[in-house]
Design a protein around this ligand. Structure first.
Ligand code: NAI
Length: 274
């Protein structure tokens, strides 16, 4: 269902790799709600991904940018304003990658060059994106910036590895930059803390299927899907949430406030043979 919530709004969407990507679903929903946008991803991901199909479907242009490169980001912001015909109302940062996770390195046996790369891609890139927008004065007043995160920033999920630290850093950047963006440009900045979701990045985490099933059983409303996340993001881009800022917002079916559920306790007791 469409409510025209984003009619006339213009934005940039980072991170649509394939149709499972949270950014992909978000682009589809934003389009349905009347928003127009530029799609962007790392040049290497363009070769792997199917982003052209999404661009065609949503009438969008694609500008490649490595989100760790200030030069790429400056070019992206400049070109986006040209293409969209003015300043920007919404930005989705949907980017994450840990080399240690990819290469199966344990949290207690980090390759720090990889750790640094992961931090740059997954967290510092958010600062770089916002600093580029801020310096170029590229955001309209009452604009909205959203990044995606996971609850391993607050609680221990051993297999989430160094991504837990990257997410904690990302969430802190949202608050810190959100202050300046709010004070100086009336722009809001939030993170959405999303349930485990079967995507390329998500499935890279060791034991992901167990993760997914456990969260499903723990959450009174079940796991939030990529589409649920897209809908939540649409609300945060809309004028209905104008003074929501500096927040880490859980979209997780209630998981983050649970201790244990009947379903998980029953499964545990059964596994103990009692
Ligand atoms: P995805 O793999 O579809 O998206 C990750 C994106 O990051 C890809 O499009 C990839 O090309 C992009 N990327 C990687 N390096 C980049 C760079 N240097 N410059 C620009 N883009 C780069 O996976 P998903 O799950 O849609 O991930 C989106 C966000 O959601 C990430 O921040 C992820 O950590 C977060 N998230 C995912 C959850 C899950 O279980 N899938 C749960 C909670 C948060």
């Amino acid at each position: 269902m469409s409510y025209n919530l984003l009619k006339g709004k213009k934005g940039i969407i980072f991170g649509a790799l394939d149709e499972n990507s949270i950014a992909w679903k978000t682009a589809e929903r934003v389009h349905e709600e009347g928003g127009t946008f530029v799609l962007t991803n790392a040049p290497v991901a363009m070769r792997m991904g199917q982003i052209n199909a999404l661009a065609e479907k949503t009438g969008s242009q694609i500008i490649p940018a490595d989100a760790t490169s200030e030069e790429d980001l400056q070019n992206l912001v400049e070109q986006s304003m040209e293409i969209l015909g003015g300043k920007i109302d919404f930005v989705l940062h949907s980017i994450g990658m840990s080399v240690n996770v990819r290469k199966g390195k344990a949290y207690t046996d980090q390759n720090y060059a990889w750790t640094q790369k992961g931090t740059d891609v997954s967290a510092m890139s958010f600062h770089k994106v916002m600093q580029t927008l801020y310096k170029a004065d590229a955001m309209n007043e009452w604009g909205s910036i959203v990044a995606l995160t996971y609850m391993a920033a607050q609680r221990v999920f051993p297999d989430y590895n160094d991504m837990a630290d990257n997410k904690a850093y990302l969430e802190s950047i949202a608050r810190s930059f959100g202050y300046f963006f709010g004070r100086d440009k009336k722009v809001r900045v939030n993170t959405i803390s999303q349930s485990p979701t079967p995507t390329t990045a998500g499935s890279g985490v060791k034991g992901f299927d167990g993760f997914l099933a456990y969260a499903e059983q723990m959450s009174p409303l079940g796991n939030a899907t990529a589409l649920d996340c897209a809908n939540y993001t649409v609300s945060l881009f809309s004028d209905l949430t104008k003074r929501v800022t500096l927040q880490n917002l859980y979209n997780d079916g209630g998981f983050s406030n649970m201790g244990v559920s009947d379903a998980v306790m029953d499964a545990f007791v059964e596994s103990q043979g009692k």
